[in-house]
Design a protein around this ligand. Sequence first.
Ligand code: ING
Length: 308
Amino acid sequence: MRLINVAAAQLGPIQKGDTRDAVVSRMLALMDGAKSRGADLIVYPELALTTFFPRWYVEETAEADRWFEKTMPNEATAPLFERARSYGMGMSFGYAELTEDGHHFNTSILVDQSGTIVGKYRKTHLPGHAEYSKERSFQHLEKRYFEPGDTGFKAWRTMGGIFGMCICNDRRWPETYRVLGLQGVEMVLIGYNTPAVNPLRDAEGPSERLFHNRLSVQAGAYQNSAWVVSVAKAGIEDGHHLIGGSLIVNPAGEIVAEAKTEGDELLVHGCDLDDTVFGKKTVFDFARHRRIEHYGLISEQTGVIAPE
Ligand code: ING
């Protein structure tokens, strides 16, 4: 048995006017709760330090740099690293990264129980658009403010297992989980900020969004025999509704914990990483069953080419 007690630390809304210090205080309160419940690892959402700023259009993208972190850890986040280390707790959270050479990424990090950053991931699949969109009731400008990630999907040996990360829209793409699965991933850590409605399709409201949220994560977990911990920033941010629905899913694809609110909420579950072994040795023994000679289109072709 390789048990790791995991805390999914869902954050409620972060308003445009909220300071990073106020947010970090909320994150520390969740970390204290996780410690009291015996957690060895805490997982926070995508862009955990700020409001979901890609909903706001600015002409000069440099004006959006205020939402980015130039170093990590930094003054605002140092208390998180210090307390996690003092608790012997691993940690993952997402933030907007501005690199020294001026690149902008939607990033998440994995910090081990000694407080060392052992992994960094930069979001691959950027949804939305780059220019102001008149037909939308709200903007989703990730393609304006971020570059596609340059890390790819990596897995790291740490905390007694093999861990990987992805961010939000990545969880909707099966390629994400399979590339991690081909590295033997045993637990995938995900953060997300998902609008509760589709600005281009009225029929797609919170219940369908929550259904797709579960579907994507349960499929990824089952099809790669891995635990998936997927954590929301939720609630109403300056009038804009984000879904909750944070989940912990086991390697059989079953939901073992799910958030009930759209606020700051902690889910804690004892995850046995050995529960991943049966699936990896039977139905999803990739070496025994996959036929890569037939999968070429998946990496050779980007879009659809339909038959004549
Ligand atoms: N948010 C959303 C997500 O992928 C989205 C955007 C919602 C795309 C629903 C497609 C359908 O969960 C982010 N931040 O990627």
